[in-house]
Design a binder for this molecule. Sequence first.
Ligand code: KE4
Length: 431
Amino acid sequence: MTDRNQTLFDRAKQRIPGGVNSPVRAFKAVGGTPRFVQRAQGAYFWDANGQKYIDYIGSWGPMILGHGHPAVLEAVQKAVMEGFSFGAPTEREVELAEEIVRLVPSIDMVRLVSSGTEAGMSTIRLARGATGRKKIIKFEGCYHGHADALLVKAGSGLATFGHPTSAGVPPEVAQYTLVLEYNNLEQLEAAFQQHGDDIACLMIEPIAGNMNFVRASVPFMKRCRELCSQHGALLAFDEVMTGFRVALGGAQSLYAQLIPGFEPDMTVMGKVIGGGMPLAAFGAKRAVMEQLAPLGAVYQAGTLSGNPVATACGLATLKEIQKPGFFEALSARTQQLTRGLQAAADAAGVPLATDSQGGMFGFFLMDKLPQNYATVMSTDPARFNRFFHGMLERGVYFAPALYEAGFVSAAHTEADVEATVAAAREVFATL
Ligand code: KE4
């Protein structure tokens, strides 16, 4: 039988670089043929061959309700009948801005954009404009979108700033980005000691989903907050993945429970707030946000920003996740998965470490949870790839890279997770 995924992939590679519109989709890290999605519903999607999969990616986070939630579908269908895009303000943008600010108490104002990259890039520019400083701190293993200043890897020690991770990024741009090791208190202290008063912002994924699932330790996060405050740098939480996903109030609401009075200065958001449509946002206190055009001197703009169909999708999604018991049920389902995977690995004598928060989870083929990128990347890639493909062949779609997180939706049932764990028992036995 013809493999339509392969046929489509071959065609795609003729006209789209690597056959994909975003690199991770190409299965380069795991090998094999990417699955071309024909349609999706609830916790499942069907590929170009009609093969059904339990979907643990959910568009890399947005599909927290599952695919095709009736209330979201209705809201989007109504919105498209009123118009696709106007390039003019609409009431729904105001409603969504008010809703986001209500759910994220650390921000007074928000600007809507179309992607997490746009939101992260604009946050950096705004932080630089608001502080008049050039330098920024990011952490190895955290991804904040593909803006030049953020495609940077650690330099040779603290004294030197970063080097580009991508061709096309001039070293002059990377020179203002300092890349530290995640959870490394000594490096953090030294960086602020040497550069503190020149730092515009420190940007961090509070739970790093771009190195699978690594939490910033409480002492580390507390110190990030203290040092930023001490030196007049802005603490920017990149919650594109964790926002409205690990908890209704995002990861910052969890750190606020562990560190008295904790809040970031800026927040980058995306994914869930668009419900699968192109919508992201960044927010901060009024004094910072009012430095943005047209009020202030920091320019930022976007043709499709606050798109009326995307805001309808986002509002309907945010309404559903606020229903009583939503996150309790989602967390319980996610924990059913991680506990089931752990038991299956233990039974097969395969080292596995798992963690989850709300509807986001990670697992590592190692004995204990890693605290930084270097440890995550010490995983045996061949073993991960065998696990990934073993599950894929059994109709379970995990992230096609060992450094990516996984996502459970409200549509995943107990039976879906039981089937996933049963498949994992078979695959772990082969590892
Ligand atoms: P986008 O520009 O892809 O919408 O968002 C960039 C971004 C920013 N910040 C965080 C914490 C993110 O996780 C992302 C994007 N996440 C990846 C998954 N690791 C999207 C998948 C992809 O690149 O295709």
